[in-house]
Design a protein around this ligand. Structure first.
Ligand code: NAD
Ligand code: WQD
Length: 338
């Protein structure tokens, strides 16, 4: 299959590109490098041992997207492109709504014009909001998002559901990711956030290589076994394999499906710190700090729908995630380009 990956140079897109190549597919990347760089694409090519077609373009640019679709007969599209920093979305809501919604609308209009009807979307567990119970199941109605980033995901899900209602020959898979971490086992590609990371694992990785002094653990008084927040961390390579399965699934399916991609296991902040220290033989200094506003105590996925519909389950454990994250960070202490 020829598959367009918008945002394919980013963290999840780059790993998915590798898995698609290894499954015999032909991925094509479009990325404007707002949060990534061409070096990531060179690293993908190094891993898979062949060149990957990559367009530098903004997905909101209708003329550029029209040209890309004219030059390639795509079977399916995976839409990763988007801005994703929760805190930044609170301070720059218009930029987040403009980029994330415009890119999706332009992409869908271009697909409609060129008769491409299979769409896999990077949604998020954030769409569920703070549910009264765990695990999170796809049939739980959203209780509302807590930030503009989350609302862009919520709205894009509605846009895509509407398109499937209007044209039932479309096939849309809304993948709700839990907390992706880890890196490719080669140590060549991984997560490369700019500035001080907001998310837990990238922060730990930078403490591990001495770039940051210590971790602040945001709250130890949650109603969880050790008082720190619990999340469903999923290895990015497992997540990438879920996309390969979702592309296959979209070929034989019509309509819109929401599918969780998580492991079904919750781990606390201190579980992650302790596992990282143990498998990598490194001390991660930390202090207990106040709760971060907007955080919830606990979430994890019910992953049974992904198993049933896609035949997919996560295979890697927390130790793999910690080991692979550190390998990438150790090999690339300043990320890709610096
Ligand atoms: P990322 O920032 O590494 O990748 C996103 C890519 O999209 C980047 O390469 C960026 O340059 C590109 N991009 C952004 N806007 C663009 C535009 N208008 N035109 C072209 N390219 C554009 O992020 P990621 O972690 O790989 O996330 C991929 C997707 O998954 C995002 O939509 C994100 O919201 C979603 N998601 C991520 C997480 C997570 O924790 N990483 C969790 C749930 C959902
Ligand atoms: C995990 C746990 C923190 C940093 C976010 C987005 C979500 C999704 C995934 C895109 C929490 C604690 C964190 C730190 C800490 N992204 N923590 N010290 O908040 O579960 O989810 O990324 O869709 O939408 O909100 O992930 O990694 O930021 O936090 O103690 O320096 O680590 O309080 O319990 P989160 P996270």
């Amino acid at each position: 299959m020829k598959i367009l990956l918008t945002g394919g140079a980013g963290f999840i897109g780059s790993h998915t590109c590798v898995e698609l190549c290894e499954a015999g597919h032909d991925p094509v990347i479009v990325d404007n490098y707002i949060n990534s760089c061409p070096e990531a694409v060179r690293r993908i090519e190094q891993i898979v041992g062949r060149s990957v077609l990559c367009y530098e373009a903004d997905v909101t640019d209708a003329a550029a997207m029209d040209r890309i679709f004219s030059e390639n007969a795509f079977d399916c599209v995976i839409h990763f492109a988007g801005l994703k920093a929760v805190g930044e979305s609170v301070s720059q809501p218009l930029r987040y709504y403009r980029n994330n919604l415009d890119s999706t609308l332009t992409l869908c209009e271009t697909m409609q014009k060129h008769g491409v009807k299979r769409f896999v979307f990077s949604s998020s567990a954030t769409v569920y909001g703070n549910q009264p119970q765990v695990p999170y199941r796809e049939d739980m109605p959203s209780v509302g998002c807590t930030n503009p980033y989350g609302w862009t995901k919520f709205m894009i899900e509605k846009i895509l559901e509407g398109q499937c209602t209007a044209d039932p020959s479309w096939s849309v898979v809304l993948l709700r990711y839990f907390n992706p971490i880890g890196a490719h086992a080669s140590g060549l590609i991984g997560e490369d956030p700019s500035g001080i990371p907001n998310n837990l694992m990238p922060f730990i990785a930078k403490v591990a290589v001495g770039e940051l002094e210590k971790l602040s653990v945001f709250g130890n008084d949650y109603p969880t076994p050790d008082g720190t927040g619990v999340r469903d961390y999923i290895h990015v390579v497992d997540l990438a394999k879920g996309h390969v399965k979702a592309c296959d699934y979209s070929a034989a399916h019509q309509g819109c499906e929401i599918i969780n991609l998580g492991t079904g296991h919750g781990y606390s902040v201190l579980d992650l710190v302790n596992t990282f220290e143990r498998v990598n033989g490194i001390k991660i200094p930390y202090v207990i700090a106040p709760r971060r506003p907007g955080d919830i105590a606990e979430n994890y996925a019910d992953p049974s729908k992904a198993k049933q519909l896609l035949g997919w389950t996560a295979e890697k454990n927390l130790e793999d995630m910690c080991r692979d994250t550190y390998r990438f960070q150790h090999n690339n202490p300043k990320g890709y380009q610096k």
